[in-house]
Structures are given as C-alpha cells and as structure tokens.
Write a protein of this length. Structure first.
Length: 581
C-alpha cells in the first residue's frame, strides 16, 4: 500500500511539473524597453509590425551605419574644413563669384569625393531601419551650375546611399547655355552605367516646373529633391525613407547644414540641443522656430522625426505617386518662390503630413546672390514674380486668412495671379480641410511670433508736401536710416503701411525714430503695435512715445523727430495709395 501511494504521489508531482513548464513556455517573455515603446506605437497604427518601423537599440550600431574608418584623409577641404585656395588664384575669384555666386576656384580644387564631418546626434548611430525601404529617384534641377559643385552633389549621393534603395539620380538641365553642361556632362555620367540620367528642358521652365518634370520622368517609388550644390551626410537616406515606408502620405525633410560659399567649410546651421521647424510670417516669408513643447512630449528619443507646418522648399522626399496624385506643384507658379508653402498647405490640408528628420543631414551652399536672370519667364505677368506666386497660394489655400497677407503686402491685391480654377477644383476633389483647421492643429505656433495683423489705416507712398519726395528705405537692411528719394510710384522700398495699433512698417520691417534719425529696424517679435499716429487733417505723423512729429530738414535732407508745429512745412506728409499700371 505504501508503494502504491508513493507511486500516485510521483505521478501527481510529474503532472504538476509538466503543467508548470507548459505555462512557463507559453507565457510572454520579458520585453526590452525599446520593444515596449515600439508596441505602444503599433497600438496607434495597428497595420504596422515591428519589422516595418525603425527601432532604437542602445549601443548597437544601426543596420545601415557605415563601418567606422581610422583613415585620415588629407587635401583641400577634407573633413569639411575651410580652404582659402592658392594665392596665385585670387585674381580669378572675383570673376567666378559674379558668374556663379560662389567660389568655384576653391570648389574646383576640392576633391569630388571629399570627406565631411558626421555631425549627427549620437542617437542616430543606433537606429535600425526596415530592410525593404522604397526605391528612390534623387532629382537635381540645375541651370548654369558650376561643374564641380554639381558633380560633388552627385558623388556624395552615390557614395553615401545604400545602393539597394538608390534607384537613380535624375539630372534636369533647365536650358543651361554653358558648354560643360552639355556633351561634357553626358560623357562624364556614362561611368555610372545608367545610375545617373540627364534630362534637358526644351526651353527655360524654372525650378518649380522642372522639378515636376523630373518627378514625372523618375522610376523610383520615392522622389527626393536636392539642389545642385549639396553634399549629403552619413547614412542620410534610410531615415528619410522610413516614415514614407510607414505612411506614403508623409513628406520628409532633412536637417540642412551650411557649406560656406567662399571656403566650402561644412558646418551646422543649428547648434545645441534644440530642434527647429518651418513656419511663416504673414508676408509669406519663410521662418523657423523652436519645436513646441506639445510636439516634444510625443517623442521618446531626441533624434526621432517631428511634425512641421512647412519646409524651406529645396530638399525633401515624398512618395512619387502621392506627389503626382495631389497635383505636384501648381503649374501656374513661375520659376521659384512660394512653392514650399503651396505644397505644405496642400499636404497638410488634404490628409498628409510633413516631418523633419534629425538623423538625415544634408549640406547646402548658400549663395550670396542669384547669379542669373529668369529671362522671358519673369515677363509673363505684371508684378514681382515671387509675390505673384504667393498670391496664387494664398488665394487657393488660405481662405479668410489671406487678408493678413494683403495687409502686409497691400499692392499684391491688385496683381493678376492668373487662372486658379484648376487649383480650386483640385482642392475640392481632394476634399481638403480649411486653413483655420491648419492654423488650429498644425501651425498654431505661427501666432507665437507673428500675431494676426491689425488692419491698415493708411498705406502707400509717404510724400513730403515740402519737397514732393517720398520716404524710402533705400533697399538697405536694418538697422539703417530711412531717407528720401524721387517718388517713383512703383512700390518696393517706398510702400509704407500704418496699422490701427500704430505700427509703421515696410514689408516685415518697422520704422522707429528719435531726435537724430528715422530708422528701419527689426519689428519686435510677437507684437503688432507701434508709436505712430497720423492726423489726416494736419497731415502730421506723430510719435506718441517721444511726443514729437516726423520732420524733414530740407537744407540737409535729414529726417528726425521734432516738436510738433502745424505751421512747419517739413512736418507735412501725405499717404498716397499706389496703383499697378
């Protein structure tokens, strides 16, 4: 009996052990912090698996990170260091600067495959990206570009992109007339065995239309636009492709570094541990601001992509079919200017989104001036070309908020922006949200620095009744003195505006004054008020803080504030609205 009982106990014990082992086998395993974070994200977007998302693994080098090299390369500009050029070449520098807007003498002495510093945040080295990211066509539009800057852009893309994702580099020549950009360029790119293609516009089309043409002719799943004087940085491509792979209505934007136009030094534009994103002021000038706290709270890692209301326009990636589906760029936009806002508003209001990607960095040469004209393209419609583009954008996308643009740029109301019917039809077809939704949910931080503008009481030229000359900013940058010149009636530096809150301004700048000077200054951020008051009866401009009036001293042609006297002819001014002829 004792043996029987012991046998039964042994069997029960074995069953219990088997049961415990079975439960333990099927119980979920402990998860790493990174996996738990990824699964939280998946709950928000249940159709994506872990293999379809970037995963951060502390201390484990990312799957597309290059193998670190201990080789120190020597030569002009290596490591992105500044290079001043040779003394004997200095006489040539002035002429090439006028021709290209950058120092091509130095550029030509820097190797096309030079090394540049990896200045990414440390976290970027530990991101692991999906292995089946979409194929990419890099589109580069150029017009009379320098030889070495164009080729260095191409070489950097080929050298620093995983070849399995880089479908092609598509060069679009916008009717260049320089001989080296014709047959010589065709001969050079043959070495890349079809990886680099060259397309030619039959006539000058401008940047905007040329980009659309490049996208239409591309073969990749993603179209990625670069300017013709860039250098892409370490592991730049996978971070741009991953958000698009996860959601094909996302546009991705790299962080842009600066390349000095004189020395070709490669250096960051943004310093410290602060992220910035693209916004705008009401004259449609592109601005950047610190990422709001609301956006920071949604991110676990400093290096993760983050949402942005708009972008600078030059460098970005987007799903090619999606880009064409939403109409690419408005074909009525001429040459360049405003296309970044048109695309940004359209993407956000029509169901897409824009993210900036800190782990993708691209260097860009900022030229001192535009070294070429736009020819017949700039003569198609009356008015400043960029302002005409802005008007097309605000009329189609900004609804009642367009009035703030006209407050800042009152002459723009008179310009003919051309036929907009196809753009309004596109907005209706895509069932896009209104601009108020965009301001409330996406671009809410615009109002932190650029509040809604009060109405203008007066605008136009400000003419002296004493000399019949007009106030003029002389095209100078603040801080600078305001002067007088012959009234030309064509706007520009002579279009002043005085709003209901006393701000006297020209464009985005403000006018201040004291007993010695009347000055063009930077407006105080976040404010729309000022010290000025105009009396239409006495024709005097009164400065409320100094309790003085604007006066012209004819002997010296100097402007200053002086004690208000109605009999003083130098204190009489007339606002006259201008008409476009």
């Amino acid at each position: 009996m004792l043996l029987l009982r012991r046998g039964r106990l042994l069997k029960v014990s074995l069953l219990i052990i088997i049961l415990i082992l079975t439960v333990a086998f099927f119980m979920p395993k402990p998860k790493s912090q990174e996996v738990e974070q990824q699964e939280k994200l998946i709950k928000k977007d249940t159709h994506l698996s872990l293999k379809q998302r970037p995963i951060y693994k502390e201390g484990i080098l990312g799957n597309f990170e290059p193998v670190p090299s201990n080789t120190v390369r020597e030569g002009p500009g290596e490591g992105g260091k500044p290079y001043a050029g040779r003394g004997e070449d200095q006489n040539e520098v002035a002429s090439v600067m006028m021709e290209y807007g950058m120092n091509m003498v130095v550029s030509n002495q820097v190797t096309l495959d030079r090394s540049i510093p990896d200045i990414r945040h440390e976290e970027c080295r530990y991101w692991h990206y999906p292995e089946n990211l979409p194929s990419t066509s890099v589109v580069i539009v150029f017009h009379n570009e320098g030889w070495s800057t164009l080729l260095r852009t191409i070489h950097s893309v080929l050298n620093r992109s995983p070849p399995q994702f880089l479908k092609e580099v598509v060069l679009v020549d916008d009717d260049s007339d320089k001989e080296h950009l014709k047959g010589q360029l065709e001969d050079y790119i043959r070495q890349f065995k079809g990886k680099v293609r060259l397309l030619h516009n039959k006539q000058r089309e401008g940047l905007i239309r040329s980009r659309t043409f490049g996208a239409q002719e591309s073969k990749g799943d993603v179209v990625l636009f670069l300017d013709a004087h860039c250098e892409v940085n370490t592991n730049w491509l996978p971070p741009l492709l991953a958000p698009i792979y996860m959601n094909n209505t996302v546009m991705t934007v790299p962080v842009i570094d600066g390349i000095d136009k004189d020395t070709f030094e490669y250096r960051p534009v943004y310093r410290g541990n602060t992220h910035f994103r693209g916004i705008f002021e009401w004259g449609m000038l592109y601005k950047e601001t610190e990422i709001p706290e609301e956006e920071m709270k949604e991110r676990k890692y400093f290096s993760e992509p983050y949402k942005s209301p708009t972008h600078a326009g030059g460098l970005f990636a987007i799903n090619r079919k999606y880009f064409l589906k939403i109409g690419a760029y408005d074909p009525g936009l001429l040459v360049w200017g405003g296309e970044n806002f048109e695309l940004s508003f359209k993407i956000w209001q029509c169901g897409g989104s824009i993210v900036w990607v800190p782990c993708s960095r691209v260097g860009h040469v900022y030229r001192g001036f535009m070294p070429y004209t736009f020819g017949k393209l700039a003569q198609k419609r009356k008015g400043p070309l960029v302002t005409l583009n802005y008007k097309r954008v605000v009329e189609v996308w900004m609804d009642e908020y367009k009035e703030y643009f006209y407050t800042r740029e009152p002459m723009a109301r008179q310009y003919d922006a051309g036929d907009l019917s196809e753009q309004f039809d596109l907005r209706e077809k895509l069932q896009c949200k209104d601009f108020k939704w965009y301001m409330d949910n996406v671009a809410y931080d615009v109002l932190y620095k650029f509040p809604l503008l009060p109405k203008n009481l007066y605008w136009g030229e400000v003419r002296s009744m004493l000399t019949s000359h007009c106030l003029d900013t002389m095209g100078s940058q603040p801080p600078s003195s305001v002067g007088l010149s012959h009234c030309h009636g064509s706007g520009g530096n002579q279009v002043f505006r005085l709003n209901e809150e006393g701000q006297l301004g020209v464009g985005e700048r403000c006018i201040e004054g004291d007993m010695h000077h009347i000055k063009l200054v930077f407006c105080r951020l976040g404010t729309v008020d000022g010290p000025w008051q105009y009396d239409a009866n006495t024709k005097m401009l009164h400065h409320r803080h100094h309790q003085k009036c604007l006066q012209l001293t004819p002997q010296s042609s100097q402007l200053h504030l002086q004690e208000c006297k109605e009999e003083e002819g130098g204190q009489k001014w007339i606002f006259r609205e201008l008409k476009v002829v």
